[in-house]
Design a protein around this ligand. Structure first.
Ligand SMILES: Nc1nc2c(ncn2[C@@H]2O[C@H](COP(=O)(O)OP(=O)(O)OP(=O)(O)O)[C@@H](O)[C@H]2O)c(=O)[nH]1
Ligand SMILES: [Mg+2]
Length: 665
């Protein structure tokens, strides 16, 4: 019987299939703790690009690519980081499935040389799997800069596997790594580690009780079963002829005999063996980075210095670079010169020959695909989003986000979130859809639901944020109200939801990576891939939205919806013209924001109206892509529930805000 597949990306295989593997492409999986450079190595080995960032949890799914080894094509798998095979988060479970379901023929354990002893416990677990293994000792450049030396030969002989020092980002040692992988693929599997203190005997006896067919050495399943892992228990139940009842009972008996939780006992014993392996391997205790870098790293995470630093980062990055340069200078040039003087008149001339007014208005005119859709996408949103992606990618590479997580952890606790949630929430400022997917890295369902809701409600995405920044340029009062209203909503809804939702608050643990100077090549490639994504995903939607608007206008549906919306916007104290932008907002958040930008330029709105429209439009519905992702990640019911809450809530806030601001005047 085959083990259960779960949500695996890879087909599980039987023993017979394994034997046939010789004829298949060799599959090599890169595994390891978060943020050690797996993706950087993957990019190097495949020539593809998957995201590389300086915080744990960048990769959340398995990426596949092809590379060449000994002149033959191989398949490479980049996996999300995992601390141990006993996974606690969803993306760790994804990585583990690659291991336990036999999704690869050779494993490469990527470790951070600076923290080698801490990483060996996972190496031991990978040895237990009984597949060829190579250790890639990454970040050697940083280790050497700290004055560390690693006795590679001694480490290799103790582990019984090849150990290759590399620098993934520069390519140093990559050829040697390729050779080691090729040798390992043909060689024998490493010998299982010897555990004492009752752990070894318990594991051996449980392994003996497993008689089913498993894609990897059942020792791995035995260890997980002993620790009470639910998914492993299901695998065993599916694979054992007796439905696993004997093995599960044996595991429970052995675990009870430990006197302490089995997971704890096993972890302690593995750590002991790992320390034995590491003894004498790393010479010169870990040194320190340059003193000012260390100081800055700490200062960014402390409230007294971290909050002013955050304000500075936001001012320089968001306000000046994205808002002023992207949203001001670049947009002016693209809109005024490129579209205003060049393209729009050209489009008008090109389509002037079309006799039918209705057909012509599909392309040019107020709702024309070219003069509205293309202009919004290329002249307003693209420069702003491009600037934002540049700034954001540089921050991602620097190691700032984990420090921000530490900084806000205390506030987040009150919202039922842990500092860990900072990463998905901050990513929301780039793209809420992607960030909704990243909520997988949160440990509890409760925290995932809370973060998804807050993303949908109160975090504007890059496109929307950029346009809003441009809208508010030179309107500091309205901008201040917008910021406060969003922050207030975020905190209020978060605090209430944290009380309403059942479950315990999440705990927080995040490793602080070193601060690094952003690598220009990575920042540029990342920005480029994001802009490419923008064009592929967003531009078509904009064009479709324009066509729908055009059709809506021709048929009168548009006018009907707008006039139905008019009393609603009227209640918010907004002029009738704004009904149109809320309709735009239904298509995409940024499309609505771009509409607001247009109206503001025309000078239709006063400061209060600007603030009210800006706040309502930001809180308002998530874009279609985000909503689909919410359904996929959280389930249809939860997603619909959130939508049913968000829409009236947004208009309610707009209504109250209008009353309050008018009252204050
Ligand atoms: N100095 C130096 N930095 C490296 C090296 N390899 C990776 N990095 C940096 O380490 C950080 C993490 O790299 P990633 O490739 O995203 O790490 P990962 O293991 O895929 O991380 P997750 O996907 O979060 O598990 C990035 O800032 C990289 O630029 C290296 O050999 N030397
Ligand atoms: Mg990665």
């Amino acid at each position: 019987m085959k083990p259960a597949v779960g949500g695996c990306h890879c087909a599980p295989e039987t023993g017979q299939q394994r034997a046939e593997q010789v004829h298949h492409r060799l599959r090599v999986a890169l595994l390891g703790t978060p943020n050690v450079g797996k993706s950087a190595l993957f990019n190097r080995l495949t020539g593809r690009y998957v995201t590389v960032s300086n915080y744990p949890g960048t990769s959340i799914e398995v990426a596949r690519g092809s590379g060449v080894l000994d002149g033959t094509a191989i398949e490479l798998l980049d996996t999300p980081g995992m601390y141990s095979l006993l996974s606690t988060t969803e993306e760790e479970a994804v990585a583990r499935r690659v291991v336990v379901e036999g999704g690869a023929d050779v494993f490469v354990h990527v470790v951070d040389a600076k923290n080698l002893p801490r990483m060996l416990s996972l190496t031991l677990q990978l040895v237990e799997v009984g597949r060829p293994l190579v250790v890639a000792l990454n970040m050697m450049d940083e280790a050497e800069r700290l004055g560390m030396r690693v006795d590679v030969k001694r480490l290799a002989s103790r582990l019984g596997v090849a150990v290759v020092p590399i620098v993934a980002v520069s390519g140093r040692g990559i050829d040697a790594l390729r050779r080691a992988i090729a040798v390992a693929a043909r060689g024998r599997v490493p010998l299982a580690p010897v555990y004492g203190n009752g752990v070894g005997t318990a594991l051996k006896s449980l392994r003996g009780a497993l008689v089913g067919v498993y894609p990897v050495d059942p020792a791995v399943l035995a260890a997980l079963l002993l620790q009470g892992d639910a998914e492993a228990t299901a695998w065993v139940r599916a694979a054992e002829p007796d439905g696993g009842s004997g093995a599960v009972a044996a595991a429970q008996g052995l675990a009870a005999g430990f006197g302490a939780p089995a997971a704890y006992r096993i972890a302690v014993e593995r750590q002991r063996v790992a320390e034995d392996v590491a003894a004498g391997v790393v010479s010169a205790a870990r040194g320190h980075a340059a003193p000012w870098v260390e100081w800055l790293g700490r200062a960014l995470a402390r409230p007294a210095t971290g909050i002013p630093a955050l304000v500075l980062v936001l001012y320089l990055g968001l306000y000046l670079f994205v808002g002023r340069l992207g949203g001001g200078v670049l947009v002016d040039w693209l809109e005024g010169t490129v579209f205003g003087r060049g393209l729009n008149p050209l489009f008008e001339r090109l389509f002037a020959g079309i006799p039918s007014e209705a057909a012509r208005s599909l392309f040019v005119g107020e709702y024309g695909v070219l003069t509205l859709g293309l202009r919004y996408a290329v002249a307003i949103i693209l420069p702003i989003v491009g600037a934002f992606f540049l700034f954001f990618s540089a921050l991602e590479d620097s190691g700032y986000f984990p420090r921000l997580a530490l900084l806000v952890d205390r506030v987040f606790k009150r919202l039922g979130l842990s500092g860990r949630a900072v990463i998905p929430l901050v990513l929301g400022f780039a793209c809420d859809t992607m960030a909704t997917m990243v909520t997988r890295t949160l440990e509890t369902r409760r925290e995932r639901v809370l973060a998804t809701l807050l993303l949908a409600l109160a975090i504007p995405c890059s496109a929307q944020l950029g346009v809003i920044l441009a809208v508010f340029a030179g309107q500091p009062l309205a901008f201040g109200v917008w910021v406060l209203a969003l922050m207030g909503t975020f905190v209020l809804v978060g605090a209430i939801a944290a009380r309403v939702l059942p479950g315990a608050p999440a705990t927080f643990y995040m490793e602080l990576p070193p601060l690094r100077r952003p690598r220009l090549s990575n920042v540029l490639v990342k920005t480029y891939t994001r802009i490419q994504w923008y064009f592929l995903e967003v531009l078509p939607l904009f064009l479709v939205a324009s066509v729908l608007l055009w059709a809506g206008q021709l048929t009168g549906v548009f006018a009907a919806v707008v006039s139905a919306l008019e009393p609603v916007v009227g209640a918010l104290g907004l002029p009738a013209e704004t009904a149109r932008i809320f309709l735009f907002g239904f298509f995409r958040r940024d499309y609505g924001a771009a509409g607001l930008f247009d109206l503001t330029r025309a000078g239709v709105l006063d400061q209060v109206q600007l603030a009210v429209a800006g706040v309502t439009l930001t809180l308002f519905v998530p874009c279609v892509a985000q909503f689909l992702m919410m359904m996929k990640e959280r389930g249809v019911r939860t997603a619909l529930g959130m939508l049913a809450f968000i829409t009236p809530f947004a208009f309610g806030v707009g209504y109250l805000l209008n009353l309050a601001l008018r009252g204050l005047r």
